[in-house]
Ligand binder design. Sequence first.
Ligand code: KIV
Ligand code: ZN
Length: 521
Amino acid sequence: MSNQVILFDTTLRDGEQALSASLTVKEKLQIAQALERLGVDVMEVGFPISSPGDFESVQTIARHIKNSRVCALSRALKADIDAAGEALRVADQFRIHTFISTSDIHVQSKLRKDFDSVVEMSVAAVKHARGYTDDVEFSCEDAGRTPIDNLCRMVEAVIKAGARTVNIPDTVGYTVPSEFGGIIQTLFERVPNIHEAVISVHCHDDLGMSVANSIAAVQAGARQIECTINGIGERAGNCSLEEVAMIMKTRGELLGVHTNINHQEIYRTSQLVRNLCNMPVQPNKAIVGANAFSHSSGIHQDGVLKNKNTYEIITPESIGLPKNQLNLTSRSGRHVIKHRMAEMGYTEQDYDLDTLYNSFLALADRKGQVFDYDLEALVFFSQIHEEPEQYKLKYLSVQSGSNVMSTASVRMEVGGDVVNEAAVGNGPVDSVYQCINRVTGYDIRIDKYELQSKGEGKDALGQVDIVAEYKGRKFHGMGLATDIVESSAQALIHVINCIYRAEQVAEKKEEIQKKIRMETV
Ligand code: KIV
Ligand code: ZN
């Protein structure tokens, strides 16, 4: 048996389905490219039958990703598999993942079928998927609660039908490590053709055991772990990629396995997913939490000063966590910024030096010193505002205080024209938002408003994330500035630009469909 554990990332499928606002195609592609740099073996990027948007994003990612295998999900139904096969066709290497429930409760209450027909459907689904590719994965949904005889029977049948990977999910995060490892061990003991497939696991975190269960499964012979960045996913989430990757790096000798992961990319990927998905990472989260490498107790600090190994089993550098440097000011030249970015692992393809340098100078004028995390935030924000924008903020001014209404005036560029507005509101953000709504004509309902500091100290950049609803669809917008009213305004304008683009795309699609209808009459 190989001692490489395949890491199958499902951030863009299981992770994405748990977000309050779905990601745009461009955001999904940004995450897929980060996953490719991270070195995931397989990335599951969507469920093409579920919506035209999902189909389009799977196809776009399939076209761009070269070094990881791109995978899409389908129920054990012909139409689902056809949609997945069609969306993936453009990829260099792809996998079709098909699944059905196998536990009694799912088979009886959800599918309302008997187990024999479920086996029949699974075999037919795998054979149909093999018509598109040799790389077919089959999942027994809710395997953790499936009677072991049924599970053995299903695994044997789908391998015989041509599944090259068989996934054993603990869909509801119910099992404990010794029990889950035992299920995998039993499959190895009882399924005669088990060595013709890779056995995979997919654990949810409802009882906080997804990582421990996945590692127990590897010890019992599983060679693929399905996981997500920062552990995002349905309910309590999925097994966290960075945790299993660092366990296998740190305890590789004990476990006798390794992965293909480029550990230096872990921190960057985690931050990107956190920002684009608007899913905060708990400060005490293993590996990527803000406190993961900080020592608070005096005894610990004393120990670390004497010898790091007293309390540090992994180093921040090993996951690519940048060290903060204090020496960037408005006197730092372009070459210094370029050099610092290279030290942090960014290549020139990752950012536009002119744009970054101009934003750096503007920030340095306001803050004095600019830190590594500021540069990273500027790069990230320049990427999300890369597309031509219909609405741009040119200027804003607000007056507010205790016991008075706030008044704001805003100047914006709308498709090249300059428009001014003023409004009174219930606070500085409210008055600015009223101005923006008047200028753009969009009436937007804000569901969630979050403000956090990016960096340290009172002059840190303020990042605002909002989730807004417009005509039944949710949109996520972000803003970043030293002034938190300005970052709030940017976040709303970001949302409005996303809505504007979505409307343009919908109009274009409608036009094309109309044309096709006319031509066929
Ligand atoms: O949790 C689960 O069982 C799943 C399957 C579709 C693999 O996400
Ligand atoms: Zn899942």
